[in-house]
Structures are given as structure tokens and as C-alpha cells.
Write a protein that binds this ligand. Structure first.
Ligand SMILES: Nc1ncnc2c1ncn2[C@@H]1O[C@H](COP(=O)(O)OP(=O)(O)OP(=O)(O)O)[C@@H](O)[C@H]1O
Ligand SMILES: [Mg+2]
Length: 227
């Protein structure tokens, strides 16, 4: 279950069964952490390395977008559910913190252990990515932003990061994952081998049109772009 705790002006959520999450939270409260380098910085968010007790973590700070942010707590719940189902190729979100303002959320922070590995960059890596996606889909969930950068490849396979792990309703979510992965991968992927048995129903056409909406209006044959 999620535990909620108020620390200063932040509301913190974490899995009450995770001993590690409780320890980390104590350390953070006592300022026993070292901020490391910035991995990514964009207008509304920043990703930084953090060391606690010699162990590396990644802290993502995102400016709030009102109530939409409640979705981040969904991430915490879904990571837990998938880990319980023995799907281990996902980042282990330990703690989520929200800074609220009125009804909305001003800022969200997400803390997860740092995953060693590399961005997928060749056929073998992309195959691992497709394997992980397929397994996730078989459990009824989808990534939601399945570009190569949102996977980290290592000896365990392709680990999903930067995902809210929402449930794939009517198959649209999983088709979006497949289409976005192909769109954002520089080379043509062997999609048939991994997703050839997915049913090309209305969900497929909706998802591909969504992912390739700009190309659609430019007259690109979007369905040939995928498979
Ligand atoms: N848990 C992690 N372990 C290792 N590296 C990570 C982790 N989380 C994030 N990173 C690195 O930081 C980068 C940015 O993180 P993230 O994808 O969460 O941010 P983002 O701003 O949403 O990025 P984008 O919009 O490009 O997807 C990742 O592509 C990855 O290289
Ligand atoms: Mg990302």
C-alpha cells in the first residue's frame, strides 16, 4: 500500500512495504544525500543523479500541470503491481513527492534507482526492447512513450523508464507503443516477429493515426511506415 507523509511543503508517497523507500526518505529528510550531475534539462523538467549511502538514484523534477499529476501516483501503484506479477524490466520508482498549490500540483518529484546500461542503438538492443514491450502488453499495460531513449539496455534486457505504465484499453495503448517505437527508431524494426500476432483491428488504425498524425496530414502512407 502507498503511505503518505507530509514533509515540509511536500506530500510524499511511497510503498509502505518497501524498507528501502522508508530508509531513503529518512536520509532525504536528514539531508544525507549528494546531488550529482544533471542528466537532462528541459523547460518544465530536470533529471539529476543523486547518491544516497553510496547508491545512485535518479531524481526527476517536473513542473505541475494541475490535476493531471495525480497520474504519477498511478505510476507508483502500477510499478508495484507489475513487480508483484514478476515483471522486473521496469524502473523501481521508490518515492513520489508532490508540492501542492490549491487543488492542483505545482511540482512533482520522482525518485528511482539509477539503472546501469545504455540506450538501445543496434538490432540486438531493439530486439530486447520489443521483448520487454511484448511482455508488458501481455499483462495488460503499455509504456506510453516507447521511444528508444526510454529504455535502458543491460545484461537483464531492456528496462523501461519514464513510463506511467497505464492499462492498455481496447488494445490502443499497445499499438501506440509499437507505432511510436518504429517511428522513433532510426532503422526498420522486425515488428512482425514480435507483434505479428497482435490483431490489426480498429485500435491499430487509431493508434497509428495518432502517433503519425503530423505525417498523416502531409500525405505520408503512415500504415506502410509501421507494418
Ligand atoms: N532510472 C534511471 N537510470 C538511469 N538513467 C536514467 C534513469 N532515469 C532517467 N535516466 C536517464 O535520463 C534521461 C532522461 O530521463 P527521462 O526520460 O525520465 O526524462 P524526460 O525529460 O522525460 O526525457 P524525454 O522527454 O527525452 O523522454 C533518460 O533518457 C536516461 O538516459
Ligand atoms: Mg524519457
Amino acid at each position: 500500500m502507498n503511505k503518505r507523509e507530509k514533509v515540509g511543503e511536500k506530500t510524499i508517497y511511497y510503498n509502505s512495504l518497501s524498507i528501502e523507500a522508508r530508509d531513503i526518505l529518512e536520509k532525504i529528510k536528514n539531508n544525507e544525500y549528494v546531488m550529482g550531475k544533471t542528466l537532462q534539462k528541459k523547460d518544465n523538467r530536470e533529471v539529476r543523479l543523486l547518491t544516497i549511502d553510496g547508491k545512485k538514484y535518479v531524481l526527476k523534477r517536473e513542473r505541475g500541470r494541475g490535476l493531471i499529476d495525480l497520474i504519477f501516483r498511478t505510476t507508483l501503484n502500477n510499478v508495484r503491481k507489475l513487480k508483484e506479477k514478476k515483471f522486473n524490466n521496469i524502473y523501481d520508482v521508490e518515492i513520489i513527492a508532490e508540492k501542492r498549490r490549491g487543488m492542483g500540483v505545482e511540482e512533482t518529484l520522482i525518485l528511482a534507482p539509477y539503472i546501469e546500461g545504455r540506450e538501445p542503438r543496434e538490432g540486438r538492443d531493439y530486439n530486447k526492447v520489443m521483448e520487454s514491450l511484448r511482455e508488458l502488453h501481455s499483462m495488460g499495460y503499455f509504456h506510453g512513450d516507447s521511444k528508444p531513449k526510454n529504455f535502458i539496455c543491460n545484461h537483464e534486457g531492456a528496462i523501461l523508464i519514464d513510463t506511467k505504465l497505464k492499462r492498455s484499453k481496447f488494445g490502443v495503448g499497445k499499438w501506440k507503443d509499437v507505432a511510436r517505437l518504429q517511428k522513433r527508431t532510426p532503422e526498420k524494426l522486425d515488428l512482425t516477429r514480435y507483434f505479428g500476432d497482435y490483431r490489426k483491428n480498429i485500435a491499430y488504425y487509431l493508434a497509428v493515426a495518432w502517433v503519425y498524425k503530423k505525417e498523416l496530414f502531409r500525405g505520408v502512407r503512415i500504415y506502410q511506415e509501421v507494418f
